[in-house]
Design a protein around this ligand. Structure first.
Ligand code: ATP
Length: 255
């Protein structure tokens, strides 16, 4: 089955997951449209990271269907989903601390491109990989740090580096799980700028607690509470929703 240009890139339909009596995903249905940045927010323990894991295949569903680029991927293993361009970044640290930023991204590009990498073409392959890696570093604003070893990068820069490593895997969607976690205001602002620049080029699912960042970036927001989507829509619609305001009672961002 092929998807038309306007059909959703990713559709979740009736997803369910329980751990014993705890319903972590309770009938979640939502879709991500081409070029859209769709944020998923909700209080601690609402099931956001679990939902990302269900999309990548790390968490097995009890019920429901996941469709990606027109294909039912519900039963596909993690690597088959990744090969199709379903790319997760953050909270999985694959950065090699003793390698430079450029080497890290080139290694990620090589891993993705593995089958076309031949020894007899080594020199040209390496320069190709370096070009691809530099381009990805530039996209995340990290080109000036290309020659620095990853260990010497700041926390925010390491997160930018992880994002660059995701970009070289030819993503058809980016799943970003708390990219601003542990960042100060300035680093958060830097990451918002990077994601704003990438917006529209890749559809993105963003799980994030920083509401200022979410409201600046999102085209649509879905609010998860106890594993259920209690509201979904544009930032304006979600901000004005009484159920959302109740779920976030007392938090200044919804005041
Ligand atoms: N493997 C597991 N076994 C049992 N319970 C689990 C497991 N994974 C997650 N949970 C529980 O499921 C619930 C949802 O967890 P999840 O990490 O998805 O929430 P979250 O919305 O991402 O939270 P946070 O915002 O704090 O990161 C929590 O109560 C958590 O303790």
């Amino acid at each position: 089955m092929t998807a038309s240009p306007s059909s959703p890139v990713l559709s979740l339909s009736g997803l369910h997951k329980s751990y014993g009596a705890l319903k972590v995903t309770d009938g979640v249905s939502l879709d991500v449209r081409p070029g859209e940045l769709h944020a998923i927010i909700g209080p601690n323990g609402a099931g956001k990271t679990t939902l990302i894991g269900e999309i990548t295949g790390e968490v097995a569903l009890d019920a429901g269907t996941i469709t990606f680029c027109g294909e039912d991927i519900t039963r596909l293993p993690i690597h088959q989903r990744a090969l199709r361009g379903l790319t997760r970044s953050f909270q999985i640290t694959q950065v090699l601390p003793g390698f430079t930023a450029l080497e890290n991204v080139a290694t990620a590009a090589q891993a993705h491109d593995g089958s076309s990498f031949h020894f007899f073409r080594r020199a040209s392959s390496e320069s190709h990989l370096n070009r691809v890696a530099l381009d990805a570093l530039a996209q995340v604003g990290l080109a000036p740090r290309a020659g620095m070893v990853a260990a010497s990068l700041s926390h925010g820069e390491k997160r930018q580096l992880e994002l660059a490593m995701a970009l070289v895997s030819s993503p058809k969607i980016l799943l970003l799980d708390e990219p601003m976690a542990g960042m100060g205001r300035e680093e958060t602002e830097g990451m918002v700028e990077v994601l704003l620049a990438l917006k529209g080029r890749y559809p993105m699912v963003l799980v994030e607690h920083d509401m200022h960042a979410v409201f600046r970036l999102a085209d649509r927001i879905s609010v998860l509470v106890y594993g259920r989507v209690i509201a979904s829509g544009t930032p304006e619609v979600v901000r004005a929703d009484p159920a959302v305001r109740e779920a976030y009672l007392g938090e200044e961002d919804f005041a």
